[in-house]
Design a protein around this ligand. Structure first.
Ligand SMILES: C[S@@+](CC[C@H](N)C(=O)[O-])C[C@H]1O[C@@H](n2cnc3c(N)ncnc32)[C@H](O)[C@@H]1O
Length: 348
């Protein structure tokens, strides 16, 4: 045994355990408004922060100490400061790098531990609806900042000829829409178009309707509970799949249905987690996060459905191209990408 390697590995594990523990504290900070109350960048004592947020000051002191040990806040003589950069990631839900919602997704993985143990010992299935409900809101809050930052400014313009059609009035399906974050953002940007969000999870559809009402876009947005393989409607100009195709049991069936309901010349926008084609190329921090989430969330959901292809969240472009070729699409290309997303275009 190599003692140096052992010590190195133990160092990494301690770091990871600290990371897992601090994520539970990130959820507390997020839910209790502790980060937001520090977002002005002014130093606070634990007592001042506790007073501002209506929290117990002894626990707030402990929380701040853990945040300081993590480099999330700075400490100087009993006062704590949230730097501007950390505020962007942890306090400002409108910022493109806001990640605190992701911690809520991680919470669901722990809360669903018993169900996941049973799935791993059994047929691998755990349906989306059977997860702890914090997964649904966490997913919305994790993905929305990326959609806000990229969808209208970069992803739709990267598709051939789609923006002019949206500006004039196009018919759009958003399949596997969850709480409708992407649908609402598109409806706000293109008021002459009509948007149809579909998801097989009824509770998500109810939330999506509420989001559309809150954003005052209900006149051009409709949400319906429907599966990706047989959602209603025809003659769509654009069919979108945002971070959901790999969650589906039958992605080929979903893509085939998209092919059937697209107009001639219609386009599919497929947004999937960033991944390279081969496992060894994905052994990095992004792959680590996505494989772990895929083990607990995406792949069990796929295995719970008919066909149960189990693409996984790191399928990569080559595998996805295969899905769309099988479904009858004539062309498939990478339109653009971010460190977190592959943005792909398929045409009839
Ligand atoms: C990771 S979430 C993404 C939700 C949303 N697109 C977003 O980006 O916030 C995956 C979504 O796919 C939905 N889904 C999974 N399988 C489905 C299927 N076969 N038909 C329709 N929706 C499905 C789930 O209910 C869930 O809302």
């Amino acid at each position: 045994m190599d003692e140096v390697k052992l010590h190195e590995f133990m160092g990494r594990l301690v770091g990871d355990m600290g990371g897992a523990a601090i994520m539970a504290n990130v959820i507390l900070g997020e839910e209790l408004g502790l980060y937001r109350a520090m977002a002005d960048g002014n130093p606070v004592t634990p007592e001042e922060l506790a007073k501002r947020t209506g929290c117990n000051s002894r626990l707030v002191r402990e929380w701040l100490s853990g945040q300081a040990a993590s480099g999330y806040v700075e400490h100087d003589q009993g006062r704590f400061t949230l730097p501007e950069e950390q505020a962007m990631a942890l306090a400002n839900e409108d910022s493109p790098v806001y990640v605190a919602g992701g911690a809520v997704v991680l919470a669901s993985m722990y809360l669903d531990k018993d169900k996941l143990v049973a799935a791993m010992r059994g047929d691998g299935a755990l349906s989306w609806a059977d997860h702890h409900p914090c997964l649904f809101s966490g997913t919305e809050r994790f993905f929305r900042p990326g959609y806000r930052a990229n969808l209208v400014s970069a992803w739709l313009p990267a598709l051939d000829g789609v923006v002019p059609r949206l500006e004039q009035g196009a018919k759009v399906a958003d399949v596997g829409c969850g709480h409708g974050a992407s649908t609402v953002i598109m409806a706000q940007a293109y008021p002459k178009s009509s948007f149809h969000g579909f998801d097989f999870h009824g509770r998500s559809i109810e939330q999506a309707r509420q989001r559309a009402a809150d954003a005052a876009v209900s006149d051009r947005v409709q949400f319906s509970q429907a599966s990706a393989r047989d959602f209603p409607g025809r003659d769509f100009d654009l069919v979108c799949f945002f971070d959901c195709l790999h969650d589906m049991g039958d992605p080929v069936g979903a893509a085939r249905h998209a092919h059937e309901v697209l107009k001639p010349g219609g386009v599919v926008l497929l947004v999937e987690p960033f991944a390279n084609d081969d496992l060894d190329q994905n052994l990095n921090p992004i792959g680590r996060m996505y494989y772990a989430a895929s083990t607990c969330i995406c792949t069990p959901n796929s295995l719970s459905q008919e066909v149960g292809l189990g693409l996984g969240a790191q399928a990569g472009e080559r595998r996805l191209r295969h899905v769309f070729a099988e479904a009858g699409f004539a062309s498939f290309r990478r339109a653009t990408e971010t460190p977190f997303n592959l943005v792909l275009e398929a045409r009839k």
